[in-house]
Design a protein around this ligand. Structure first.
Ligand SMILES: Cc1cc2nc3c(=O)[nH]c(=O)nc-3n(C[C@H](O)[C@H](O)[C@H](O)COP(=O)(O)O)c2cc1C
Length: 169
Protein backbone atom coordinates (compact mmCIF):
# COMPACT_ATOMS: atom_id res chain seq x y z
CA UNK A 1 0.00 0.00 0.00
CA UNK A 2 1.42 3.38 -0.97
CA UNK A 3 1.46 6.26 1.51
CA UNK A 4 -1.42 8.01 -0.31
CA UNK A 5 -3.46 4.79 -0.29
CA UNK A 6 -2.91 4.58 3.47
CA UNK A 7 -4.03 8.18 3.90
CA UNK A 8 -7.13 7.34 1.84
CA UNK A 9 -7.83 4.25 3.93
CA UNK A 10 -7.72 5.97 7.32
CA UNK A 11 -10.98 7.44 8.40
CA UNK A 12 -12.65 8.10 11.72
CA UNK A 13 -14.08 4.95 13.30
CA UNK A 14 -16.82 5.36 15.89
CA UNK A 15 -17.79 1.75 16.47
CA UNK A 16 -15.41 -0.92 17.75
CA UNK A 17 -15.40 -4.70 18.14
CA UNK A 18 -14.58 -5.89 21.67
CA UNK A 19 -11.63 -7.99 20.38
CA UNK A 20 -8.42 -7.09 22.18
CA UNK A 21 -5.61 -5.36 20.31
CA UNK A 22 -2.41 -7.42 20.20
CA UNK A 23 0.37 -5.92 22.36
CA UNK A 24 2.71 -5.98 19.36
CA UNK A 25 0.30 -3.82 17.35
CA UNK A 26 -0.22 -1.43 20.25
CA UNK A 27 3.54 -1.09 20.56
CA UNK A 28 3.87 -0.33 16.84
CA UNK A 29 1.26 2.41 17.12
CA UNK A 30 3.04 3.93 20.12
CA UNK A 31 6.36 3.67 18.30
CA UNK A 32 4.91 5.60 15.35
CA UNK A 33 4.01 8.36 17.81
CA UNK A 34 7.41 8.25 19.47
CA UNK A 35 9.18 8.77 16.13
CA UNK A 36 7.20 11.90 15.25
CA UNK A 37 9.08 15.15 14.76
CA UNK A 38 8.54 17.98 17.21
CA UNK A 39 9.62 21.61 17.48
CA UNK A 40 13.28 21.69 18.62
CA UNK A 41 12.89 17.92 19.16
CA UNK A 42 11.37 18.64 22.58
CA UNK A 43 9.04 15.58 22.36
CA UNK A 44 6.69 17.13 24.92
CA UNK A 45 4.29 14.17 24.86
CA UNK A 46 3.15 11.46 27.19
CA UNK A 47 0.85 8.77 25.83
CA UNK A 48 -1.31 7.31 28.58
CA UNK A 49 -2.66 3.90 27.57
CA UNK A 50 -6.03 3.24 29.18
CA UNK A 51 -6.96 -0.44 28.89
CA UNK A 52 -8.72 -1.22 32.14
CA UNK A 53 -12.47 -1.50 31.46
CA UNK A 54 -13.49 0.31 34.65
CA UNK A 55 -11.09 3.15 33.87
CA UNK A 56 -12.39 3.40 30.29
CA UNK A 57 -15.93 3.54 31.63
CA UNK A 58 -14.90 6.39 33.93
CA UNK A 59 -13.66 8.30 30.88
CA UNK A 60 -17.34 8.63 29.97
CA UNK A 61 -17.40 11.54 32.43
CA UNK A 62 -14.98 13.37 30.13
CA UNK A 63 -16.53 12.33 26.81
CA UNK A 64 -20.04 10.97 26.79
CA UNK A 65 -20.41 9.04 23.48
CA UNK A 66 -20.46 5.31 24.20
CA UNK A 67 -18.08 4.35 21.39
CA UNK A 68 -15.08 5.93 23.09
CA UNK A 69 -15.14 3.42 25.94
CA UNK A 70 -16.32 0.63 23.62
CA UNK A 71 -12.81 0.56 22.14
CA UNK A 72 -10.52 -1.83 24.06
CA UNK A 73 -7.86 0.88 24.32
CA UNK A 74 -7.96 4.64 24.67
CA UNK A 75 -4.66 6.48 24.26
CA UNK A 76 -4.69 9.84 26.00
CA UNK A 77 -2.09 12.00 24.26
CA UNK A 78 -0.92 14.63 26.73
CA UNK A 79 1.39 17.60 26.40
CA UNK A 80 3.95 18.77 28.93
CA UNK A 81 3.47 22.51 28.52
CA UNK A 82 6.72 23.17 30.41
CA UNK A 83 8.88 21.33 27.89
CA UNK A 84 7.07 22.24 24.64
CA UNK A 85 8.88 24.79 22.48
CA UNK A 86 7.67 28.39 22.58
CA UNK A 87 8.28 30.77 19.65
CA UNK A 88 9.61 34.30 20.21
CA UNK A 89 6.05 35.68 20.07
CA UNK A 90 5.02 33.30 22.87
CA UNK A 91 3.14 30.78 20.70
CA UNK A 92 3.39 27.36 22.34
CA UNK A 93 3.95 24.57 19.81
CA UNK A 94 2.88 21.62 21.96
CA UNK A 95 -0.47 21.17 20.21
CA UNK A 96 1.29 21.00 16.83
CA UNK A 97 3.77 18.43 18.15
CA UNK A 98 1.00 16.34 19.65
CA UNK A 99 -1.04 16.52 16.44
CA UNK A 100 1.85 15.15 14.41
CA UNK A 101 2.43 12.29 16.86
CA UNK A 102 -1.26 11.41 16.95
CA UNK A 103 -1.50 11.54 13.16
CA UNK A 104 1.43 9.11 12.94
CA UNK A 105 -0.46 6.82 15.30
CA UNK A 106 -3.74 6.98 13.38
CA UNK A 107 -1.98 6.14 10.11
CA UNK A 108 0.02 3.31 11.66
CA UNK A 109 -3.18 1.92 13.17
CA UNK A 110 -4.92 2.07 9.78
CA UNK A 111 -2.07 0.15 8.20
CA UNK A 112 -2.48 -2.54 10.87
CA UNK A 113 -6.24 -2.82 10.21
CA UNK A 114 -7.12 -0.95 13.40
CA UNK A 115 -9.56 1.93 13.76
CA UNK A 116 -9.09 5.24 15.57
CA UNK A 117 -10.92 8.52 15.93
CA UNK A 118 -9.46 11.80 17.09
CA UNK A 119 -11.40 13.06 20.10
CA UNK A 120 -10.77 16.60 21.32
CA UNK A 121 -14.29 17.61 22.33
CA UNK A 122 -13.89 16.14 25.81
CA UNK A 123 -14.16 17.95 29.14
CA UNK A 124 -10.54 18.75 29.94
CA UNK A 125 -11.05 19.07 33.71
CA UNK A 126 -12.65 15.62 33.91
CA UNK A 127 -9.92 14.13 31.71
CA UNK A 128 -7.26 15.70 33.92
CA UNK A 129 -8.84 14.29 37.04
CA UNK A 130 -9.36 10.78 35.64
CA UNK A 131 -5.86 10.60 34.17
CA UNK A 132 -4.18 12.05 37.26
CA UNK A 133 -2.44 14.80 35.31
CA UNK A 134 -0.31 17.40 37.09
CA UNK A 135 -1.03 21.08 36.42
CA UNK A 136 1.60 21.48 33.66
CA UNK A 137 0.42 18.47 31.66
CA UNK A 138 -2.50 19.06 29.33
CA UNK A 139 -4.78 16.41 27.83
CA UNK A 140 -4.82 17.10 24.06
CA UNK A 141 -6.37 14.11 22.30
CA UNK A 142 -8.24 10.98 23.38
CA UNK A 143 -7.66 8.29 20.79
CA UNK A 144 -9.77 5.13 20.90
CA UNK A 145 -7.97 2.20 19.31
CA UNK A 146 -9.50 -1.11 18.31
CA UNK A 147 -10.80 -3.28 15.53
CA UNK A 148 -13.47 -1.41 13.57
CA UNK A 149 -17.09 -2.57 13.72
CA UNK A 150 -18.03 -0.24 10.85
CA UNK A 151 -16.71 0.97 7.53
CA UNK A 152 -15.26 4.48 7.56
CA UNK A 153 -17.18 7.20 5.76
CA UNK A 154 -16.01 8.20 2.28
CA UNK A 155 -13.73 11.21 2.25
CA UNK A 156 -15.40 14.56 1.86
CA UNK A 157 -12.67 17.11 1.21
CA UNK A 158 -12.37 20.45 -0.51
CA UNK A 159 -10.76 20.23 -3.95
CA UNK A 160 -7.14 21.28 -4.32
CA UNK A 161 -7.98 24.34 -6.40
CA UNK A 162 -9.99 25.70 -3.46
CA UNK A 163 -7.24 25.28 -0.87
CA UNK A 164 -4.00 25.90 -2.75
CA UNK A 165 -2.79 29.33 -3.78
CA UNK A 166 0.46 30.09 -5.44
CA UNK A 167 3.00 32.62 -4.25
CA UNK A 168 0.51 34.90 -2.39
CA UNK A 169 -2.78 34.57 -0.47
C1 LIG B 1 -8.23 17.86 15.98
C2 LIG B 1 -9.42 16.97 15.74
C3 LIG B 1 -10.40 16.85 16.72
C4 LIG B 1 -11.48 15.98 16.55
N1 LIG B 1 -12.36 15.79 17.58
C5 LIG B 1 -13.40 14.94 17.42
C6 LIG B 1 -14.30 14.66 18.49
O1 LIG B 1 -14.18 15.20 19.59
N2 LIG B 1 -15.32 13.78 18.27
C7 LIG B 1 -15.47 13.14 17.08
O2 LIG B 1 -16.40 12.35 16.94
N3 LIG B 1 -14.62 13.36 16.04
C8 LIG B 1 -13.58 14.23 16.19
N4 LIG B 1 -12.70 14.43 15.16
C9 LIG B 1 -12.85 13.68 13.91
C10 LIG B 1 -13.29 14.57 12.74
O3 LIG B 1 -14.65 14.83 12.86
C11 LIG B 1 -12.95 13.83 11.43
O4 LIG B 1 -11.56 13.63 11.35
C12 LIG B 1 -13.40 14.61 10.18
O5 LIG B 1 -14.81 14.69 10.15
C13 LIG B 1 -12.92 13.96 8.89
O6 LIG B 1 -13.35 12.63 8.82
P1 LIG B 1 -12.32 11.41 8.68
O7 LIG B 1 -11.46 11.39 9.93
O8 LIG B 1 -13.17 10.17 8.61
O9 LIG B 1 -11.48 11.61 7.45
C14 LIG B 1 -11.62 15.27 15.33
C15 LIG B 1 -10.63 15.40 14.35
C16 LIG B 1 -9.55 16.21 14.55
C17 LIG B 1 -8.46 16.26 13.49
Amino acid sequence: MSFLELVQRRSSIRSFRPDPVETEKLEQVLEAGRLAPSACNRQPWTFIVVRDEAHRTELGAAYRPEWLRQAPIVIAACCDTRSAWRRSDGKLHGDIDLAIAVDHMTLCAAELGLGTCWVCAFKPDEARRLLGLPEHVEPVVLLPLGYPAEEGQPKNRKPLDEIVRWERF
